[in-house]
Design a protein around this ligand. Structure first.
Ligand SMILES: Nc1ncnc2c1ncn2[C@@H]1O[C@H](COP(=O)(O)OP(=O)(O)OP(=O)(O)O)[C@@H](O)[C@H]1O
Ligand SMILES: [Mg+2]
Length: 257
């Protein structure tokens, strides 16, 4: 590789790890998960004033890391970074192929992740505009997605309903049904991985997250995903003591499947 590029990357890495990434834990995360290209992407976002400092990991998942970002006005945003090395490309193809909004013939991993992140951005945008309680998307660039931070003013992120079960499960479930109705019937999307792992409990209100795999309703796998989502919600909320069933959910959502 061109030594000039190498040198620039090294400087960039230094800049970001020393000045823009705050504590030692984050530096560890940064050096372990961010390759030079990702650092460059973060640097670009910083230069475009979308982000000033990375401050704290919220979650380290199988394929993505979610971190807290701080803007220069002090406001907090969520920074979701897909790792190139551990992404499941087979899965990505499974959900992207057949979606008329994306034409990904390429087998290039970066291209595929870029399309995947873009898909999450576009899905969030469509949901947000249709009034679904989702984090408002800010911008997508390569493998990085910036979105509204769901948490309190002290910077503590809300937890998912899995780890912070609702105080009144029936009330929470009824609110969730309203969100599902807007998601499915108004936005014409199917989540595809709906469970309490991907529903945050924000002051006892459901906020739906993680929509990269969500597909349009006429996608060839939409029905299969919808049935699975309904099954998950029915099972999980039953366990929390809510009187529900798959057919009750289908009736509420007016689904003839
Ligand atoms: N906008 C947000 N504000 C605050 N916390 C968030 C936000 N988005 C995600 N999180 C936190 O990060 C976690 C992971 O996010 P998400 O579900 O979108 O990623 P993921 O695709 O499941 O990652 P992986 O599959 O690699 O584990 C969530 O469970 C939640 O705790
Ligand atoms: Mg998730």
């Amino acid at each position: 590789m061109d030594s000039k590029i190498n040198k620039a990357d090294a400087e960039l890495q230094k800049l970001i790890s020393e000045k823009r990434i705050k504590d030692d834990d984050d530096k560890k995360v940064a050096s372990e998960v961010f390759d030079d290209k990702t650092l460059k992407t973060l640097y670009k976002l910083a230069n475009q004033n979308y982000l000033d400092i990375l401050n704290g990991a919220i979650s380290t998942g199988k394929e993505a890391n979610v971190l807290k970002g701080i803007k220069d006005d002090g406001s907090i945003i969520a920074v979701k970074i897909y790792r190139i090395t551990t992404s499941d490309f087979k899965k990505m193809h499974y959900y992207i192929d057949g979606d008329p909004r994306f034409n990904v013939k390429s087998t290039n991993k970066r291209q595929l992740i870029k399309a995947w992140v873009n898909k999450e951005y576009r899905n969030l945008n469509r949901l947000y505009e249709n009034g679904v309680n989702v984090p408002k998307p800010i911008v997508a660039l390569d493998n990085v997605l910036l979105l509204e931070f769901i948490g309190n003013d002290q910077g503590e992120p809300a937890k998912t309903a899995r780890y912070d079960p609702p105080e009144d499960p029936t009330d929470f479930y009824e609110r969730l049904l309203l969100e599902m109705d807007r998601f499915i019937n108004k936005s014409n999307l199917i989540h595809g991985d709906l469970s309490t792992f991907n529903i945050m409990n924000f002051n006892q209100n459901p906020v739906i997250i993680d929509v990269s795999q969500s597909v349009v309703r006429d996608h060839p796998i939409a029905k299969e995903l919808l049935l699975r989502d309904i099954k998950n919600i029915s099972t999980e909320f039953n366990k929390l003591g809510v009187q529900t069933s798959e057919s009750k959910i289908k009736d509420y959502l007016n689904l003839k499947i």
